[in-house]
Write a protein that binds this ligand. Sequence first.
Ligand code: GLA
Length: 389
Amino acid sequence: MVPLRICTMPAVLCVAIYVAACARITIPSNGLASTPPMGWSSWNAFGTRIDDATVRATADAIAANGMREAGYIYVNIDDGWQGTRDSQGNLRGNPRFPDMGALAAYIHSKGLKLGIYSSPGKVTCSGYIGSYGYEKQDAATFAAWGIDYLKYDWCSASDEYADRQIPKAYQKMADALRATGRPIAFSVCEYGVANVTGWAPELGANLWRTSNDIKDSWQSVLGNVEMQAVYGSFAGPGHWNDPDMLEVGNGSMSDDEYRTHMSLWALSAAPLIAGNDLRTMSAATASTLLNAEVIAIDQDSLGKQATMSREGMLETWTKPLADGSVAVGFVNLDSAAARVTIDDRNLGLNRVPLSTRDLWAHDEIQFVNHLCSVSLPQHGVLLLKASTH
Ligand code: GLA
C-alpha cells in the first residue's frame, strides 16, 4: 500500500476542507447493501496468484457448502486480474482471466454475484493498471461484463490528486457507476484517512475501509475493529464501516481467536467477506463462517454498530437489535484464560432478559441470582443475545 500524504494544516482546517468538498457531493443511495455485504475475496488467501479457475472453484464451493444460503453472495476478485488496454482504451483481463463476461455469467449461474477491483490511480497497489483517466470507460466495461461490486483502492492515486481531492476522485467513479444503470455495490478503500466517514456516505458508497490492511494476527484483527468503533454513528442500512476482509481460516490464529474475530465483525455490523481458501477449509473454519446465529447479529436490519467498553483485560461490545434485544460480546484480551462474571441485570436492556442465548454454544445461559461465571480461553469470546420477549 502506498502511504497517503497527511494533511499538514491544523485539524480544524483539514476537516473544513473535506466538509467543503462534501457539500458538492450529492449521490443518492443505490439501494444496495441494506445489510452489510457478505461474500468472499481473493486477496487474503491468494494475493495476486489468482485466476479464473480458482474463482470458479470458489463459487462452486460457496454454492455447495451452505455459504450461499447463509448469505455469502459476492465473489470478489481483488488485485491481479488486470491486463492491458486495447487500442480503444478498453481494459482487458490478463491471461489468467481470458473472458470476464463468461466468468460473470458462470458466477451468476450459481446464484452469486461477481466483484472486481480497480484504483483511482494509474496503477493499483500491486502494480496493475488503474482507472485514472478511464473512469467512465472502465465502469461501462465492468457493467457490460456483468460486474456487481467494485472495490476502488487508493494505492498510487496520491500521485494524481492532493488529499483534499480524495472525495472528488471517488466521486468520479461513483458517478460513472451510476451512469451505467447497473446496480454495482461501491466499496471505497482508502484505509480510513481524510475523514472518509464525512463524505463516503454522501457519495453513495456502500462500504468504506476504516483502517489499514488486515493481517492474519490477533493484534491486527483487534486493532482494526477497535479503530472502527469510533465511527459507529456513520454505519447503517446501505452504508457500512469496513474493518477489512475476514482472516478466519487462514492458519495463523487459533480457532478461539477466529471465533472472536467473527463475533467482533458481527457486533460491528461489518461486511463479512471471507478471505480464506474455501475449497479446502477445515470443519472448524466452516462452522465459524457458517454460524447462522452470529451471522444474524451482523445482518440485523436495525444496522447499528456495537459500542465498546473496556475494563482491565475484558472488552464488552453491545449491539442493539431490531427486535429490542441486544447482542453482547465479552472478549478476553489476556494471553491466559480468564473468568468473567456476567450479571443479567446489566446487559444493556432496561430489564432482566427472559432469554439469554450463547450464540457459539447454541444454548441458553443459566443465571443463579442473576449471575453467571464463565471461563474464557486466551483471546476467547462469549457472544450472547439477550431478549425480553
Ligand atoms: C491494498 C488494499 C488491500 C488489497 C491490496 C491489493 O493494500 O488495502 O485490501 O486490495 O491493496 O494490492
